[in-house]
Design a protein. Structure first.
Length: 417
C-alpha cells in the first residue's frame, strides 16, 4: 500500500480542506493516488495547477491523478482534458465520505465518469468536516465558506458557492477540543469571514462569534481573525478589538484598491475614505493594531493617477503587511471584458506596490526595537508576535509555547529576539 500524495495550491482554507481530505481518504482506504487541490484566484493559479499535475504525474507513474478545488469546480473540462488526470471532483464532492469510497484504486479502473462536479450554487450548508489540529501550534478553524458578493474580478464565488456559516456552538466546541490538545492560538478562517452568521437563525455577526468564543473558552490564550472585509465589521467586533486582549491586534483587510472609480468598477462595497476611516477607528480603539491588505495592480482602466491612489493608501491606512496581485483576467468575470491595462505596465505597478510594501514593513520592524513581545514559538528558533510579525531567536525556545522576549532589532523581514 502506498500513501496518497496530496498537493495544495492557494489559500489557507484550501490547506485546511486538504487536511480534511487526508482523513476522508484514509478512512476510505484510498491509496496509491495523487490528489491536487487547486486554486482559481488568477489565471496564473490555474497555469500553476496544470504544471503541478504534470509534475506529480511524472513523479508517480501509474498512480491515478485526482484533481479538485476551486479551479476544478470552475473549469472542470480544462482538467478533464489533461491526459494525466483520472478524475475531477468538485469542492462539495471533495468533502463527502462516499466520494472517497468511490476513489479507491479498484473503483477507478475502467472509470466512465471522469467529472464529478455538481452545481456549487445549490449548496446551502457548510460541510461537516472539522479538523482538530490543522497546524502544529496554531490551529485554523473554518467557520464560513462561500461568498454572496460578486466583485467583477473574482471567480471564487463560482468555485465556493454562496455564503454558509458554521453554527457558533459547533465552533466553540471545536475550539475547546483544540485548547484541550494544547493549542495556544486559534485562527478563524473563511472565504468571506465578515458575512458569518447571515444565514443562521437570528443572523448573528462575526463580533458575536468572537465574543462568544472568548467568553466560553476562557483557557484559549490567543484568538486571531484572518482576512476580513472592513466595511462589514460590526459594532461587536469593534468592541472586541477595543476590550479583548486575547483577540490578536492584527487584521488582514480585503481592500483591493485605493481609487474610488476602480473600487466601483470592481463592484466593491467600500470607497477609499471608508478604508482609511476603518483603520483610524481600529487604531483609536487598539493603538498597537497592525494591518495587512490585498491590493490588485493593473485592474482594467486603471490610469497612472488611479494607481498612485492605491500607492498612497499604504501610508494613509498605515498598512504593514501587503499582498500584491497583478491583475489577470478570469474568463467568465465582468472585469475580463473591460479594457485591459498593458501587461508590462501591470507588472511594473505590481513591483512598485511590492517595493512600497517592503518599505512599510521595514518601518514597522524598525519601530519594534526594545519592545517586549509575547511570541508563539513555531520552531525552537522562530515564532510570531501578537501582531503576526516573524521573530528569530538567538537561542532555543520551548516549541509551541508563548514566550516573552525583548526585540533587539530586525534582519530582512524578521524581528530578532
Amino acid at each position: 500500500m502506498t500513501v496518497p500524495v496530496f498537493s495544495t495550491l492557494g489559500c489557507r482554507l484550501n490547506a485546511y480542506e486538504t487536511e480534511a481530505m487526508k482523513e476522508l481518504a484514509a478512512a476510505a482506504g484510498v491509496d496509491n493516488a495523487v490528489i491536487v487541490n487547486t486554486c482559481a484566484v488568477t489565471a496564473e493559479a490555474v497555469r500553476k495547477a496544470k504544471q503541478e499535475i504534470r509534475r506529480l504525474a511524472r513523479e508517480n507513474p501509474g498512480a491515478p491523478v485526482i484533481v479538485t478545488g476551486c479551479a476544478a469546480q470552475t473549469e472542470p473540462e480544462t482538467f478533464a482534458g489533461m491526459p494525466e488526470v483520472t478524475k475531477v471532483i468538485g469542492n462539495t464532492e471533495k468533502m463527502k465520505a462516499d466520494t472517497w469510497q468511490s476513489l479507491r484504486a479498484p473503483d477507478l479502473i475502467g472509470l466512465t465518469e471522469k467529472v464529478q462536479v455538481d452545481d456549487i450554487m445549490s449548496v446551502r450548508e457548510t460541510a461537516g468536516h472539522l479538523i482538530d489540529g490543522f497546524g502544529r501550534h496554531r490551529a485554523y478553524v473554518q467557520v464560513q465558506n462561500g461568498c454572496d458578493h460578486r466583485c467583477t474580478f473574482c471567480i471564487i464565488p463560482y468555485g465556493r458557492g454562496n455564503s454558509r456559516s458554521v453554527p457558533a456552538g459547533v465552533v466553540v466546541e471545536q475550539i475547546k477540543r483544540l485548547v484541550d490538545k494544547g493549542f495556544q492560538e486559534v485562527v478563524l478562517t473563511g472565504v468571506d469571514l465578515t458575512s458569518w452568521g447571515a444565514d443562521l437563525p437570528a443572523t448573528p455577526r462575526l463580533g458575536d462569534l468572537v465574543m462568544r468564543i472568548l467568553r466560553l473558552v476562557p483557557d484559549l490564550p490567543r484568538l486571531r481573525i484572518s482576512s476580513i472585509d472592513s466595511i462589514e465589521a460590526d459594532e461587536m467586533l469593534m468592541q472586541a478589538i477595543a476590550t479583548e486582549p486575547r483577540l490578536m491586534p492584527h487584521l488582514h483587510l480585503s481592500l483591493q484598491a485605493g481609487d474610488d472609480m476602480i473600487l466601483k468598477r470592481m463592484k466593491r462595497r467600500h470607497l477609499r475614505d471608508d478604508a482609511i476611516r476603518f483603520c483610524e477607528e481600529a487604531r483609536r480603539l487598539r493603538p498597537d493594531i497592525v494591518f495587512g491588505a490585498d491590493i490588485i495592480a493593473g485592474f482594467p482602466t486603471e490610469t497612472e493617477q488611479m494607481f498612485e491612489n492605491s500607492v498612497r493608501l499604504i501610508r494613509d491606512c498605515g498598512l504593514t503587511f501587503l499582498h500584491v496581485f497583478p491583475f489577470s483576467p478570469r474568463k467568465g468575470t465582468p472585469a475580463a471584458r473591460m479594457p485591459q491595462v498593458n501587461g508590462a505596465v501591470t507588472k511594473a505597478r505590481a513591483a512598485r506596490l511590492r517595493a512600497e510594501g517592503e518599505a512599510a514593513l521595514t518601518r514597522y520592524l524598525a519601530s519594534q526595537a526594545g519592545e517586549m513581545r509575547h511570541i508563539l514559538t513555531e520552531t525552537p528558533r522562530m515564532g510570531r508576535t501578537e501582531h503576526f510579525a516573524e521573530v528569530r531567536f538567538e537561542s532555543d525556545q520551548p516549541e509551541g509555547q508563548i514566550v516573552t522576549a525583548r526585540i533587539t532589532g530586525f534582519a530582512g523581514e524578521q524581528l530578532l529576539a
